[in-house]
Design a binder for this molecule. Structure first.
Ligand code: ATP
Ligand code: MG
Length: 636
């Protein structure tokens, strides 16, 4: 039985679960009423599987709910506390933000942008990024933010797919102390895209750019722009944005999100999971180029009139103390990050976080990958000093917001390290076997969602068929997540990794997360990734890639210890056939391990779409480690 932790925040609202269980549609109807609508809806849900319409007939605007609604009480309250990678800082109040958003919305209109048009935003993490998003939302344009680390080919694909006539970019952005020349990337990407009519360029790094006839400088347009621009009343299902997924499992998908349902989902989950209060300082480390950035950096905090920290650079730049330094500087009370970032910090030991004053913290969150129980416990003890609940939030680009998480804002549920606890109210999650029947307790199965939820995607952009095939064809009437999970005897949910990555060894199926958590719980291991290798005799055997903590050297003794640990913690069948020691793992630019790449290397297969890969040298290193071992085996 794992250790459990009960951390109460004194909030109890048992009615929420009761209401949600009795009728999820009227439950979400009640939640939606907390937002500001221009006109009410006539039907709460129109469910024509796999297409859902939420709050049909209602008129709403995201920018109005994020900004205008706060002007009477909070116009001088800071919305964004921005920290530049080079130490610069800026504070934007709710009043400032609305003024800038109105002006940029006027700019977009003057460039001919109309309701339903797509606008590609390719900006670094500067306040103009949320300003541009909210300006689009204000006039009903669909924003499509592309992470500023992408190269020209990836950008071109995404601009081509969305058909954006206007691009918003910057001369450059800072990344790990260097200037990334974004405008040049855009020039290359749109060279043959004649439908792109205008490029708006923010001067961030002043690195000297050449302007063409379709380019306009941000500050010049803003100088001449009208300061007034009312928020457009839009249909509840009006598309708010297109966002391409991380590409961990294959070609990225253009996920299309709506307005009313999405905002309802964010408003409720932000309050339930983070227990947000007026005095909080919230810091989510995600880049706005990913869904966590859209939902819980930009929209959810603004809906609540919260103050949030926005950081421009990498969390470990110039060194592993940067995150903790920001927490101390701004007195962060709620911190939301990824298991990858936490494992990176753990690698350098406790002295670094211990040297900062993190006493303002009251709640911690994690998202993006399964969190290894050992990493969870470190986060809880070393960072939260056993005072702060940890909300391990499971969700996807497609789900819009969290679907599984502890909810200290409404209830106290004992926490188990490594489990996201239960589904949020109003969402019916199932763990099912291959035929769709409920998996028995403690048995692995596929995670599905049985009822529509307000934050769910509308469809995939221009690809209803792929939407249907990818999510709705495997189990009738259920949303297929592609993740592998189990429910324990207490009803707690445990995420076990991607179904595509599942290991099938000697008739046993094993999730990657279980095996990786076992390896990571060894005192010398910082990170690990496992994958299956085809084997003539046994069907599949396991390969493990291991990154060691700083200052630890690989040797045969360590390899034996790791194998012994897997045998004793899980079973002999799960022992990797080969352990490869590497200094880094291939990850997506959102920090997720790309196991399909490891699988391709060890099986000698094609690597597929790697446009979202963070660092090519990680693949070279994996390939070299593999080749060396293969060579030494051939010599034996
Ligand atoms: P693609 O769909 O293009 O392969 P992706 O799935 O990595 O990319 P995202 O939508 O950013 O793109 O990530 C969602 C996935 O991240 C989930 O399906 C799950 O595998 C993983 N995930 C997110 N949060 C958690 C969590 N708290 N615990 C376990 N896994 C998580
Ligand atoms: Mg996915």
């Amino acid at each position: 039985m794992p250790e459990t932790f009960e951390i109460g925040l004194g909030n109890h609202d048992p009615d929420i679960r009761k209401k949600a269980d009795s009728d999820f549609v009227s439950f979400w109807d009640g939640q939606a009423r907390q937002l500001s609508w221009f006109s009410p809806w006539t039907e709460t849900l129109d469910w024509n599987p796999p297409f859902a319409r939420w709050f049909v007939g209602g008129k709403i605007n995201a920018s109005f709910n994020a900004l205008d609604v706060h002007q009477l009480s909070k116009s001088s309250k800071p919305a964004i506390l921005w920290e530049g990678e080079n130490g610069e800082s800026r504070v934007l109040t709710y009043g400032d933000l609305l003024a800038q958003v109105r002006k940029f919305a006027s700019v977009l209109k003057s460039l001919g942008v109309k309701t339903g048009d797509r606008v590609t935003i390719y900006l670094p993490m500067v306040p103009e990024l949320p300003i541009a998003m909210l300006a689009c939302a204000r006039i009903g344009a669909i924003h499509t933010v592309i992470f500023s680390g992408f190269n020209a080919a990836s950008l071109k694909d995404r601009i081509g797919d969305s058909g954006s006539k206007v691009i918003v970019t910057a001369d450059g952005g800072y990344r790990r102390g260097k200037i990334v020349r974004l405008k040049e990337v855009v020039d290359k990407a749109i060279r043959d895209l004649d439908f792109v009519k205008h490029v708006v360029v923010l001067e961030r790094t002043k690195n000297g750019i050449t302007l063409t006839s379709r380019d306009h400088l941000w500050h010049k347009l803003m100088h001449d722009a009208s300061p007034s621009c009312d928020a457009e009343p839009l249909d509840s299902d009006h598309p708010l944005y297109i966002l391409y997924t991380s590409g961990t499992t294959g070609r990225p998908k253009g996920v299309l999100h709506r307005t009313g349902g999405y905002l309802t989902h964010l408003y409720s989950t932000y309050k339930w999971a983070f227990d947000i209060r007026d005095s909080d300082i919230f810091f989510c480390t995600a880049d706005i180029g990913w869904v966590t950035g859209h939902s819980y950096v930009v929209y959810a905090p603004l809906l609540h009139g919260a103050t949030w920290v926005m950081y421009e650079g990498a969390p470990d730049f110039p060194d592993a103390s940067r995150m903790w330094e920001i927490l101390q500087k701004y007195g962060v009370t709620i911190f939301y990050t990824t298991p990858t970032a936490l494992r990176m910090s753990m690698r350098f030991g406790d002295d670094i976080p211990d040297s900062f004053d993190l006493s303002a913290l009251r709640l911690l969150g994690t998202v993006g990958e399964p969190i290894n129980p050992g990493v969870w416990t470190w986060y809880f003890k070393t960072i939260g000093k056993e005072r702060c609940p940890i909300v391990d939030t499971w969700w996807q680009t497609e789900t819009g917001g969290m679907l599984i998480s502890p909810l200290p804002g409404i209830e106290t549920v004992p926490l188990k390290p490594g489990s996201g606890t239960c589904a949020i109210p109003g969402v019916d999650i199932g763990i099912v076997d291959k035929d769709g029947a409920d998996a028995a307790p403690n048995t692995r199965g596929h995670l599905v969602v049985r009822t529509p939820w307000p934050g769910m995607l509308l469809t995939l952009w221009n690809d209803d068929k792929r939407y249907q095939d990818a999510y709705w064809s495997r189990y009738k009437g259920c949303y297929y997540s592609g993740d592998y999970a189990l429910k324990d005897a207490d009803g707690y949910l445990w995420l076990l990794g991607r179904a595509d990555d599942v290991l099938k060894v000697a008739g046993h199926r094993i999730g990657t997360a279980e095996l990786e958590s076992c390896l990571v719980s060894h005192r010398s291991v910082a990170e690990s990734a496992v994958c299956g290798v085809r084997d003539e005799a046994r069907g599949e055997v396991i390969a493990a890639f291991v990154v060691l903590k700083q200052g630890i050297r690989k040797d045969h003794g360590l390899e034996d210890e790791l194998l012994g640990k897997v045998r004793s913690d899980i079973g002999a069948f799960a022992a990797p056939k080969q352990i490869y020691f590497v200094s880094k793992l291939p990850k997506t630019r959102s920090g997720k391990i790309m196991r399909r790449l490891l699988k391709a290397v060890v099986n000698g297969a094609q690597t597929g779409d790697v446009s979202t890969l963070e660092d090519d040298t990680a693949v070279t290193e994996v390939q070299t480690a593999f080749d060396e071992i293969k060579k030494s085996m051939n010599q034996d």
